[in-house]
Structures are given as C-alpha cells and as structure tokens.
Design a protein around this ligand. Structure first.
Ligand SMILES: C[S@@+](CC[C@H](N)C(=O)[O-])C[C@H]1O[C@@H](n2cnc3c(N)ncnc32)[C@H](O)[C@@H]1O
Length: 278
C-alpha cells in the first residue's frame, strides 16, 4: 500500500507530541520541519543540530538502536559505509499498533528487529552505535548501554542523545531525564571512555521551547491523549502560531547572547570503546 494511502486511512496523524487531523498531515509535516510557526520548531531545531554535530564522528558500519522511522539516515549515510536501522517491535506496537506496517512493510526503513537490551549482533562488530532519544524509554538504561558497548569494535564510538527538559511523551514508556553525571556513569560502567557530553540549546532556548509548547498545549488543544500527546483544535491553535513563532525566534536570539546551560533541551554523549581500532 502506498504510504499516502496508508496515512489517509488513519483517523489522526501523530507528530511528536501532537496529533494533527490527517488531511493536514502532509503539508503540516513539511512545514513542521522548517518553520518557526510550528510550536515545536525550536526544540526540533536544537535536536537536529546536535545530531548533525555528531554525524562526523560516525564511520564504517553504524547501528541505529531504536531508529523508529530512521529520521537521521540521510545525515549519517554521508559518513558511514553501511547504516543499519534497528527497531524493537513490542516498543513500537505498544504505542501505535498500526505503526509496524508503516515502518516495515510499507516504508522498508528498518534493517533489523531487536531489543536494544539484547542486540542480535556479534560482540565487537560495528564501528558506530547511534541511539537518539531512546534511553528515556527503557526502564533501566544500563543494560542497553552495556549492549551497545558490547557490539562496538575497539576504537568504535557510541553516539547518544537524551532529553533533559522535555514534556512527558510516549507514555507509559517515558521513564527518565538525564544529567551529564548520569551519562558519565552509564558510559563508564559499560567500560567506555567519555569523549564529550554537550548540552543542546541552553536555558534561554529551553524556556522559549517550553513556553511555546505550553501555550499551544494549554490554549490550542482539543484533547489530551493518555500518551502525553495532544490533538490540536484548528480554530484555537492556528491564531496562536504567530505568537509561538515570535516567542521561539525571540528566545533563540536570547540564547545566542546568554550562556547559562544549567537548563537545556537535552545532551549529546560521545564515548569510545577502549582498544586499538582495526
Ligand atoms: C522517541 S523514539 C526515538 C526514535 C528515533 N531514534 C529518533 O530519534 O527519532 C524512541 C524509540 O525507542 C524505541 N525503543 C524503546 N524501547 C526499545 C528497546 N528496548 N530496544 C530498541 N528500541 C527501543 C521505540 O520503539 C521508539 O522508536
């Protein structure tokens, strides 16, 4: 079934923490990526920039653990020989029973099925492990970090992003938010050497992102879903968008002139498996 037909058959379209009515979904999706008129723009912009900053660290064979729709495949394929997207069916099916068709049968986006806590790959076999915005969704992140370290070759790199200030999402499987010492602890316990832990955005940009999301979720929303997402009311949300755009642009500007990052959107970790590379 073509992707569009599949999407049209669905009652509503989920995007991040928002459900949009389905006939809007295609244009909204494009617009979401590029425009500050999307109330989630500032948050996503910071995330994308932090992922782009990780990409030059990748090499050889890359395993993307919990890849979902592999949103960063294009960014990383420029740097690696082979990109492998891995998803865990129970995690997907719990959230959206119709997601599996979209990911696997229709889109052919995934290369591997498996649980990040028991990765079906040999020890010391990949050059890079990428894991973006996944660790908060596992009840105990340590076994997953151990597994990611196990499959890395000596000299291989673990590239992780995690949230710090983010609304609850994908409930009931949203278990954690992370600090730099926690990331240090997980990496070192797994036998990795931390190269860097970098905040994404700072206090100002996180405030702008949260204020924008709060306004749209409080005033512009028709229904609050049990998974933490909301269904927007077209009539109440659209008039708010110029305000959330100004707020996000203003706080982004403020973030360029202020440097307090004790609050931020999240963190990127780069950690290396000790030993000689091939
Ligand atoms: C917020 S999404 C992030 C998806 C993608 N990495 C990204 O950055 O857009 C979290 C993903 O983690 C996956 N996940 C949750 N538990 C997992 C597990 N035990 N093993 C592998 N993936 C898992 C979910 O299926 C979901 O696709």
């Amino acid at each position: 079934m073509p992707l569009e037909a599949h999407q049209q058959s669905r009652v509503g379209e989920r995007s991040g923490a928002v459900h949009y009515p389905s006939r809007w979904s295609k244009s909204v999706r494009h617009w979401q990526k590029v425009s500050p008129f999307n109330p989630y723009w500032l948050d996503r912009r910071c995330l994308r920039h932090s992922v782009e900053a990780l990409a030059p660290e990748a090499s050889g064979v890359l395993l993307d653990v919990g890849s979902s729709e592999t949103p960063y495949r294009e960014i990383f394929e420029r740097h690696v020989r082979h990109y492998v997207g891995m998803e865990y069916p129970p995690a997907v099916l719990d959230k959206q029973p119709d997601m599996w068709d979209l990911l696997y049968n229709v889109h052919h986006l995934l290369n591997l099925l498996g649980d990040g806590r028991r990765i079906p790959i040999r020890t010391n076999s990949v050059d890079t492990v990428l894991c973006t915005e996944v660790l908060e969704h596992v009840p105990d992140p340590m076994p997953m970090v151990h597994e990611m370290a196990r499959v890395l070759k000596p000299g291989g790199k673990l590239l992780v992003t995690v949230p710090f200030v983010q609304p609850l999402h994908e409930l009931p499987s949203d278990f954690h938010r992370f600090t730099p010492p926690a990331l240090h602890h997980y990496a070192e316990e797994a036998g990795l050497v931390v190269e860097s832990i970098v905040p994404r955005g700072n206090f100002a940009s996180a405030c702008g992102a949260m204020l924008s999301q709060w306004i749209i979720r409080t005033i512009g929303t028709k229904t609050h879903q049990t998974d933490g997402s909301v269904v927007l009311s077209r009539w109440r949300s659209v008039p708010l968008l110029p305000f959330t755009a100004i707020i996000q642009a203003g706080f982004l500007l403020a973030s360029k002139f202020t440097h307090d990052d004790t609050v931020c959107h999240g963190y990127s970790l780069i950690a290396v498996k000790p030993g000689e590379a091939d």
